[in-house]
Ligand binder design. Structure first.
Ligand code: BGC
Length: 449
């Protein structure tokens, strides 16, 4: 049997995010976040679900870490809730909130699991949103002060830091499509937000260097490869714009210090007021690693009525051989290709896959098991893709499966299960799925036997 082997010391783990798993939104003085507020508004989240209980990880973290250990995990990527640490976003620190993360880190270390901390995974304190949120330049400074609190408290023990998770989602889903908190729908606002969050990233890296922190720092960017629906010039143009919107708009400033000129032209041609991106260079700080999140690709077709990119997704109608239960196309080849592209087009540092995984309508069967073969198949194909990229020379050092728990899947609420551990949201019972055992073997063999 062939074995897909991975490089020595490859870091295998899972990833989660604070609002999606912690619950305990009012416990120990946690302040309100934009997601609490967003969930209250009918129509924003399926079934009016909220993060109030989620996987109750705040109260069950020890049990969760023990299970991670049992399942052989070497590393764990979690995110820190800003409003748990600083309930109003700035000023007074909540020691209890900060202690939660300190205790979590100790628990991980005691169990031989390497912590990777994401500083910001979308849950901005509502008090900061109330004074303009990421539209307000001052938020960059508040973010830096929040980072300082974390570096001081967790520095030395946490050696891997991720400034932001998916700035694309913060900017575009939060402020252009309105599918995420704070639910604003304005492209100009979203572009300003993208500029400010990316500058906040740069500033957080600079502070890390100034404070001589031990360890490494990077950012997590989500990539969605775009594939023209045909050879037609218009489809190719639309795919290029979509790529500029989804991928280059974030990769370019972080890794090259400039925003893509074709996108600036396009936005200007629509009369959108843009910030003057003179501080592009302050975004492009030298990184120790780049985090990449990948789920699916988009097949793109030209549509003259689609504003502002003239692009629409043409993923249905059998464009792909298979889809997850979330109807996301399964396309491991595009994953390999974009990893190679990142190596070729950007002077990227070493890479961690900080998220990848699949949503299925899992059920616990009469024997108490979850036979999630679809997820195993998805993972297997994507591990092959990563191995292929490594063979090509892409320097990939680790993989964080999304996700450990079934969780609060943002606007989809609890309807979309991404975990390798099934959560019964009524009882909070944890049941490792078949994929969790399969993944345990992958980790043990450092590859697929
Ligand atoms: C996010 C996660 C999310 C996952 C699946 C990523 O965009 O970082 O928070 O749950 O995708 O949708």
């Amino acid at each position: 049997m062939t074995k897909i082997a991975f490089p020595e010391n490859f870091k295998w783990g899972t990833a989660t995010a604070s609002y999606q798993i912690e619950g305990a939104i009012k416990q120990d003085g946690r302040g309100e976040s934009i997601w609490d507020r967003f969930c209250e508004m009918p129509g924003n989240v399926l079934n009016r679900d909220t993060g109030e209980m989620a996987a109750d990880h705040y109260n069950r973290y020890k049990e969760d870490v023990a299970l991670m250990k049992e399942l052989g995990h070497k590393a764990y990527r979690f995110s820190i809730s800003w409003s748990r640490v600083l309930p109003t976003g700035r000023g007074e620190i909540s020691e209890k909130g900060l202690d939660f993360y300190s205790n979590l880190v100790d628990e991980l270390l005691a169990n031989g699991i390497e912590p990777f901390a994401t500083i910001y995974h979308w849950d901005l304190p509502q008090a900061i949103q109330d004074i303009g949120g990421w539209q307000n330049e001052a938020t960059i400074e508040y973010f830096v002060e929040y980072c300082r609190v974390l570096y001081r408290k967790l520095g030395g023990r946490v050696k891997n830091w991720i400034t932001l998770n998916e700035p694309y989602c913060t900017a575009m889903l939060g402020n252009f499509t309105g599918h995420h908190a704070p639910g604003i729908r304005d492209l100009g606002t979203a572009l300003l937000v993208s500029y400010n969050v990316l500058r906040a990233h740069g500033a957080a890296v600079r502070l890390f260097r100034e404070m001589n922190m031990e360890g490494e720092i990077g950012i997590t960017i989500n990539v969605t490869p775009t594939i023209p629906a045909s050879e037609r010039a218009q489809d190719k143009m639309a795919a290029r714009y979509q790529d500029g919107f989804d991928n280059r708009w974030f990769l370019d400033p972080v890794l090259k210090g400039t925003f893509p000129a074709d996108m600036i032209e396009l936005y200007k041609s629509h009369g959108i007021t843009l910030p003057d991106f003179k501080e592009g260079a302050s975004i492009c700080e030298k990184l120790d690693f780049l985090g990449i999140n990948y789920y699916f690709s988009n097949t793109i077709r030209y549509n003259e009525y689609e504003w502002p990119l003239y692009a629409e997704a043409a993923n249905d109608g059998g464009a792909y051989p298979a889809y997850t239960d979330r109807d996301w196309p399964i396309d491991p080849k595009a994953f390999k290709d974009i990893l190679i592209r990142i190596k070729q087009e950007y002077d990227a540092p070493k890479i961690y896959i900080t998220e990848n995984g699949a949503s299925y309508n899992d059920i616990v069967n009469v024997n108490g098991e979850v036979k999630d073969y679809g997820r195993i198949d998805y993972l297997h194909r994507h591990f092959e893709a990563i191995r292929g990229a490594i063979d090509f020379g892409v320097d990939i050092r680790g993989y964080f499966l999304w996700s450990f728990h079934d969780n609060f899947e943002w606007a989809f609420g609890y309807s979309s299960r991404f975990g390798i551990v099934f959560i019964d949201f009524e009882t909070q019972k944890r049941t490792p799925k078949q994929s969790a055992y399969w993944y345990r073997d992958v980790i043990k063999n450092n590859g697929i036997a």
